[in-house]
Design a protein around this ligand. Structure first.
Ligand code: SAH
Ligand code: SF4
Length: 353
């Protein structure tokens, strides 16, 4: 079936939507059976849903697509990271990344095709925004990678980070719907502790997310130590000021087990000095948070440079005195899978770094 992004697919529907789609002539338990097949059993094909009568399966096949995503290309890094180029129903493509580690697998998923936020150091920004992903396309990335990995998406190994292409808080409704579907214990069953969303700081949407009953953990891309510097690097700061962002963080309703994460991309000679680190400490010292440092992952069209490892360590030392601070090791740089490197994969990009 040739569905466009606007045509609903089964993956992405909540129980009430499945009930409505099946219609009043079906008993209510049919929707629950379908929900179970889609999200708990994670069937690859409608015909596999043996709980449903054959006639209903046949009817569904003609009526609606399942909505599983298809890999168009896979790129394997020497460090085990895999980047997938997934084809959507309208023939656009989006990227998802699997980072296997000893005790866990982190799945980095996209929330938009491209991104409208114009961060100066990010390759995705160069694409602009093509469109928002549907909840089904967001959930579909997790189901796809779990199936590839031969794991249940609910396996305690699985961690999901919404840190791929796009600004998730500019697609909040779909992101929250996907989070509900991923965490439903009758379905995929991931713990909300294992889903993290990263934002460039869309303040009103942050406030709205804080009110949602089911929501991912929150990470904020800080990336600068002053209002002016942030405005240069992340022009969105002209609209959403750093001062207001930090205030929104101060009042953000953290759950008992939750801490805010701040991400900070280190750009050589731009925002990586000891004075920057001390300013970051002053900005964050009263927040319940930790900091993840990311040395710039370079790319064509990006005019910044990566700091030396010693500079990254000195920066970390200063932050660590006040706030827990970690250095995020780059994963999959050789296949353009690392943070900020997700762009429509063109073969000529692969293997450049
Ligand atoms: N749009 C969201 C999530 C996707 S970007 C956001 O900006 O938070 C995920 C992370 O990658 C962000 O913390 C961003 O600051 C970082 N990033 C972007 N470009 C990068 C690059 N070239 N090198 C390293 N990190 C980068
Ligand atoms: Fe968009 Fe995030 Fe890249 Fe900024 S860093 S352009 S918000 S994906």
């Amino acid at each position: 079936m040739n569905a466009s992004a606007e045509e609903p697919t089964l993956v992405g529907m909540e129980l009430s939507e499945l009930e409505a789609m099946l219609g009043p002539e079906q008993p209510a338990y049919r929707a629950r059976q379908l929900f179970d097949a889609l999200y708990r059993k994670q069937v690859a094909n409608l015909t596999e849903i043996s709980a449903l009568p054959q006639t209903l399966r046949n009817e569904l096949v003609t009526k609606i697509s399942l909505g599983r995503l298809i890999a168009e290309q896979r790129f394997d890094s020497s460090d085990g990271t895999r980047r997938y180029l997934l084809r959507l129903a309208d023939n656009r493509t989006v990227e998802a990344v699997l980072m296997p580690e000893e005790n866990r697998d982190t799945v980095c998923i996209s929330s938009q095709v491209g991104c409208p936020v114009d961060c100066r150091f990010c390759l995705t920004a160069l694409m602009g925004l093509e469109r928002n992903l549907t909840a089904g396309e967001i959930v579909g990335q997790v189901l796809f990678i779990a199936a590839e990995r031969g794991l249940s998406a609910a396996s305690p190994r699985m961690n999901v980070v919404m840190m791929g292409m796009g600004e998730p808080l500019l697609n909040l409704d779909n992101v929250l719907k996907a989070t509900r579907l991923l965490t439903d214990v009758a379905g995929v069953g991931l713990s909300p502790k294992r889903i993290t969303l990263s934002t460039s700081g869309i303040i009103p949407a942050m406030e709205e997310m804080g009110k949602a009953e089911v929501r991912p953990k929150l990470a904020i891309s800080l990336n600068a130590s002053t209002e002016e510097q942030r405005r240069e690097l992340m022009p969105i700061t002209r609209k959403y000021h750093l001062k207001d962002l930090l205030e929104a963080c101060r009042v953000y309703p953290l759950r008992t087990w939750e801490k805010l994460t701040f991400e900070y991309v280190l750009l050589r000679g731009v925002n990586d000095t000891d004075a920057d680190a001390r300013r970051v400490v002053r900005l964050l010292s009263r927040l319940n948070c930790k900091v993840n440092l990311i040395a710039l992952n370079p790319g064509p069209g990006i005019k910044f440079e990566t700091p030396e490892p010693e500079r990254v360590l000195s920066f970390q030392e200063i932050i660590k005195r006040a706030v827990p601070c970690f250095v995020r090791q780059p994963r999959g740089r050789d296949i353009y899978a690392a943070c900020g490197q997700l762009k429509r994969s063109s073969p000529e990009l692969v293997g450049i770094v």
